[in-house]
Design a protein around this ligand. Structure first.
Ligand SMILES: [Zn+2]
Ligand SMILES: [Zn+2]
Length: 447
């Protein structure tokens, strides 16, 4: 399979413990008793398929792309995906152009319809054994046999040409965009033909030339037409420029623009760029790896730490935390840096705690740092407590929001509290990052 990304080891972080048991064939007699008459779900329904080899054959025969959803039950986003997101009308409608495969190790209740056929109650199609067996089969074929980071979406052709591979929960507009891009690239049966890679490469070259001419703050915007194309030709042209383009500021803008949360298709290239001799490029790639948040980047980032000092090492530390929010060695390293004497590194380590999974010792560390004698450390701790949703620090934040004498800090504490209070997806989210920039420079000071 040509375009398959090669990774030896993927980590499972979002699945509930024990949910990845190897699927067992469950004889019908042992299934949970079905209610007398199943109610047909009125919500729009993706036609989820589960028999991997059969679906693969069908995709090749019908030249239809596959949409594979690797999924694990257990957290809020996962529940919302099954109950709401994948029933959205536009998404269901768009899904008809694909053969959709659900790959989930979870077991659910099953319902029986009037004709006596059983259906997984959670996903509405097929029986649970199908989606359970699809997980190892599809993971083996598409992501090298590893246990996939869940949730994860792969869009590919029946021949295994991977068009999109994204970990973490995606929102509807992002999903629709990825699906549209894939359909544009491979063509819709009976509709628009596949995109011409040469034309895509030419449009990308044009966007790159425009970006080179644009002033620094406008470069990313100028690259948009190339990014919107999706597909291998545009991505390859952009990555090529990131590697050896003739304008460093544009190379940095390309690296920034390519970084999307969970995007496996740029992971390997960014890991290589993180080793560039030119620091401005290496650090842009390191920041980008932090945006990807993929655990596979941890080792590369750990190695990169030694190559930088001060503010730059702080950036590596923040990227590392983003890729290993529950990693014990990252946790230990951050604690050490927060307790250290290099104030610059301390500030970044405190900010990095906003990516970590709150634990009692990190909470205790933040509670103390919120009252640090240094203003910058106080600011970073307040930011991290709000941004990282450290509920246990609420009292300390309230104290600073009421009593802090430094006006900007007092305001920051109020914003951090507001951020703790609102829903995770609130579009009116308080811009904590902007408030923190009064105290520390998060990006590259040389630009
Ligand atoms: Zn099920
Ligand atoms: Zn907010």
């Amino acid at each position: 399979m040509g375009q398959r990304p090669r990774f030896d080891r993927a980590l499972l972080v979002l699945a509930v413990a024990g949910s990845l048991v190897v699927a067992q064939e469950v004889p019908p007699a042992e299934a949970p008793p079905a209610p007398p008459a199943a109610v047909a779900d009125a919500k729009p329904q993706v036609k989820w398929l589960g028999q991997w080899s059969e679906v693969l054959r069908q995709a090749r025969a019908e030249k239809r792309p596959l949409l594979v959803l690797f999924h694990g039950d257990g957290d809020e986003d996962a529940d919302a995906a099954a109950a709401k997101l994948w029933h959205e009308e536009k998404l269901v409608e768009k899904s008809r152009a694909f053969l959709c495969v659900l790959a989930s190790a979870s077991k659910h209740d099953e319902l029986e319809d009037e004709a006596g056929a059983r259906h997984c109650k959670r996903w509405g199609a097929g029986i649970c054994v199908d989606h359970q067996q699809a997980l190892p089969a599809a993971a083996g074929e598409l992501i090298g046999g590893a246990e996939p980071l869940l949730p994860q979406l792969v869009i590919c052709t029946g021949e295994g040409r991977v068009l999109a591979r994204r970990a973490f929960a995606l929102k509807e507009p992002e999903l629709l965009k990825l699906m549209d891009q894939a359909l544009r690239v491979v063509g819709v049966p009976g509709g628009a033909g596949p995109a011409d890679p040469k034309a895509d490469a030419a449009r990308t070259a044009e966007a790159l030339a425009d970006a080179k001419k644009a002033r620094s703050g406008r470069k990313t915007e100028t690259l948009k037409p190339a990014l919107e194309l999706g597909g291998e030709a545009a991505r390859a042209a952009l990555l090529d420029y990131a590697r050896k383009g003739d304008d460093d500021a544009t190379r940095v803008a390309v690296i920034e623009a390519l970084a999307a949360r969970g995007d496996y298709l740029v992971l390997e290239a960014l890991q290589k760029l993180a080793k560039e001799k030119q620091e401005i490029i290496a650090l842009a790639a390191i920041d980008a790896l932090g945006t990807l948040r993929l655990p596979e980047a941890k080792d590369e980032l750990k190695k990169a730490l030694a190559g930088f000092t001060g503010n730059d090492q702080g950036r590596v530390l923040r990227a590392l935390a983003a890729c290993g929010p529950a990693d014990a060695s990252v946790h230990e390293l951050l604690v050490k840096k927060v307790k250290g004497t290099d104030q610059n590194i301390r500030a970044h380590a405190l900010i990095a705690m906003s990516s970590m999974k709150p634990t009692p010792d990190l909470e205790a560390l933040l509670k103390k740092a919120i009252f640090d004698r240094l203003t910058v450390a106080r600011a970073c701790a307040i930011y991290a407590a709000g941004k990282g949703r450290y509920e246990a620090c609420r009292e300390e934040l309230a104290k600073q929001a009421a009593g802090e004498t430094h006006v900007d800090l007092k305001e920051l504490a109020g914003t951090a509290l507001a951020h703790l209070d609102h829903e995770k997806d609130d579009p009116k989210c308080c811009d904590l990052d902007a408030s923190l920039s009064n105290f520390v420079q998060l990006g590259d000071s040389r630009r």
